[in-house]
Design a binder for this molecule. Sequence first.
Ligand code: NDP
Length: 336
Amino acid sequence: NQQFLLAARPVGLPKREDWQFHEQAVPEPGEGEVVVKVLYLSLDPAMRGWMNEGKSYIRPVAIGEVMRAGGVGVVVASRSPRLNVGDHVMGGTGVQRYWSGPADDKTANLAKIDPQVGHLTAWLNLLGMPGMTAYFGLREVGQARAGETVVVSGAAGAVGMTVGQVAKQMGCRVVGIAGGAEKCAFVVDRLGFDACIDYKAGNVGAALKQHCPQGVDVYFDNVGGEILDTVLTRINMKARIVICGAISQYNVTEPVKGPANYLALLVNRARMEGMIVFDYAARYPEAVAQLGEWLKDGAIQSHEYVVDGFEQFPQALLMLFEGRNLGKLVLKVADA
Ligand code: NDP
């Protein structure tokens, strides 16, 4: 087996030395156990947070431990009635080529997936964690309704793409915010967003005014920082702001100030609320059913940006913070 272990807690962007490449034999499965060959790994901005010490919504990865990651794979050995050799599964496999352990392991949480419902990498995207985040964040926390204006940042990324597409299905006006003309063109021309603002091109405030003539009812925030602050200046009465993530701040080395324009919440009796996808775990099947149906109908798409090669992991993770991924960043580990 080959694994990436966390070697040190990074300061700023993770460096190569923060990882240790480790090799060991794959154990034979014991009674009730399975061995899963990992095919694809999910690379997530959240991984940066899991590398830090301190209290969060999940315990930090320990030094010397296999890096936590979601993956899809195929069962290659089984001594459990729960899973058969050849079954495709998803779960917390970690950054390694093979996962082994009890088929009902509570941490890995292996679940059988149906490649007929969605292609394998879609289970790390639309039908996986980012899709669940978008679906429940928009509907339950954002309380989006037909006719409202939804703004989403990180619009060309995994969560953002699905937020915008689901909001369109719900009858909302959708304005994305993303870095670069190519990404903006993609979400408008290919995914059907009404407009997309290239934040790297400059004046986000003026562009919001132009593209959201009725103001902003729901802001789904994936990036935090200045973009959040600017959107706050355009919110409507009773607006809902979903705090999903703040990738602009994950690698900062200086303390960050909160939004300066937060009094817009008071003026507009608006609400800003954090969400963690895992709180909706019991309802994932509901979202998978709906998103899977839309995927099958061609009503919405699941786009992945695949980097090939397990050993690419340290550099590939950084692509998220450089904005080099269009769609969900996935690492291909082995052929299906
Ligand atoms: P993405 O696929 O959106 O990839 C990250 C993108 O963030 C990059 O492509 C880049 O796009 C953008 N970005 C990077 N740095 C900056 C910056 N400084 N300012 C603005 N944008 C930046 O990742 P995900 O869809 O997986 O995750 C999106 C967000 O959702 C993250 O904040 C993540 O932590 C959060 N999340 C939260 C969950 C929850 O339960 N609360 C669950 C899953 C994800 P660009 O080129 O446009 O800058």
